[in-house]
Design a protein around this ligand. Structure first.
Ligand code: NDP
Length: 331
């Protein structure tokens, strides 16, 4: 511990609001890990839409100042007395809060060793969205070979993972995105049908594509939220599943459950953490995703690596639909 600095650079907010509430403080204390915690020296942190929700207050901060960031990779800088499975110097990636800073102390429940074959930055780029996509594709709706699966904002960070995983299972993936360039990227990752939902009637298009399969998709994975929710109910086939997993366009308003009745639809609003509450669950999903990266079974797409100091620009880019794939911060 003696070689560790006392203060660090940290991405913090003191109030909810626009990107101007984001501050890079240079004198945040470096925490000492508790007996059951590890201290990670972060090298790269992932950007996620949840950072925007946290900054805006859609997901309110528990207290201020609040440090942003839900995932990072780095090396173990210190371990608490009762920690057995990690040692100083281990390369790790993790899910937790306060990841967009130089040092983060956390219990190791969601900390994973990173195989040396994974390139620097790629574990931070993959861990949250990779295991979200995999757990949702198995547990929210178990995607099956031959299923028509609709993925909204398919060229986004999570979207490209969902497309690749659904394709690898043998599903017929219908991708939506706001530009033709984004759709090309979705196609490059395995999408079979492409719909520009800015210029096309996507509900009619999905019905047409699926007309020989009950006139709808087996499941839709929707991170757009408010703007697409009503259409989703129309394009899911009888007994199908609507996985409403995010709110990029705003939160889905309160919903009358009787609307599920005409087609006996299933509706889920899952969050990753409820699928990985047990260590074994987290380990299994993380190992699978890391193995796939090493084997080249999935592509990790890094849109851009921003210096930590440019985190506000990274949030602006992510929130303005200007990006594809993953944004990461170099710390
Ligand atoms: P993305 O990289 O997918 O970026 C968001 C995308 O949403 C944009 O690129 C844009 O794609 C689309 N979008 C549609 N409408 C809007 C709008 N009004 N404003 C901004 N973007 C819009 O982000 P992430 O991969 O980080 O997250 C994708 C979704 O997945 C989010 O809703 C996020 O909350 C959710 N998520 C949920 C998790 C969970 O546990 N439930 C875990 C991880 C992510 P286009 O231009 O093609 O429309």
């Amino acid at each position: 511990m003696s070689s560790l600095p006392k203060t660090q650079r940290s991405v913090q907010i003191n109030a909810h609001g626009g990107v101007d509430v984001i501050k890079i403080v240079t004198d945040a204390p470096v925490p000492a890990p508790a007996d059951n915690e590890v201290l990670v020296k972060n090298t790269y942190a992932g950007m996620n839409f949840i950072d925007i929700y946290s900054r805006m207050g859609l997901y309110p901060a528990p207290s201020f100042p609040h440090t942003l960031g839900r995932e990072a990779e780095g090396t173990i800088a210190a371990v608490g007395k009762s920690v057995r499975n990690f040692k100083v110097g281990d390369r790790v990636a993790y899910l937790g809060t306060g990841a967009q800073q130089e040092y983060t102390a956390l219990a190791p429940l969601h900390v994973a060793h990173v195989p040396s074959a994974i390139q620097e930055g790629y574990a931070a780029a993959a861990i949250l969205q990779g295991i979200t996509a995999l757990s949702f594709a198995r547990e929210s709706y178990e995607i099956k070979k031959g299923d028509y699966i609709l993925v909204h904002s398919a060229a986004g960070g999570l979207g490209l993972w969902l497309v690749q995983i659904a394709k690898s299972i043998g599903a017929r993936v219908i991708a939506t995105a706001s530009t033709d360039k984004k759709l090309e990227m979705a196609e490059d990752h395995g999408a079979e049908f492409l719909i520009n939902y800015s210029t096309q009637d996507w509900v009619a298009e999905v019905k047409e594509i699926t007309k020989d399969a009950g006139g709808g998709v087996a499941a839709v994975f929707d991170g757009v939220g408010k703007d697409t929710f009503d259409g989703d109910l129309e394009v899911v086939r009888r007994k199908g599943t609507l996985v409403s997993l995010g709110n990029a366009s705003g939160a889905v308003p309160p919903f009358v459950i009787a609307r599920l009745a005409p087609k006996n639809l299933k509706l889920l609003r899952p969050q990753l953490f409820a699928y990985i509450a047990e260590r074994e669950e987290f380990e299994a999903y993380t190992k699978e995703i890391f193995d796939w990266i090493v084997e080249g079974k999935v592509k990790v797409n890094i849109h851009k690596t921003y210096p930590l100091e440019e985190v506000a620009q990274a949030q602006t880019d992510l929130g303005s639909r200007a990006t594809t794939g993953k944004l990461i911060l170099k710390i």
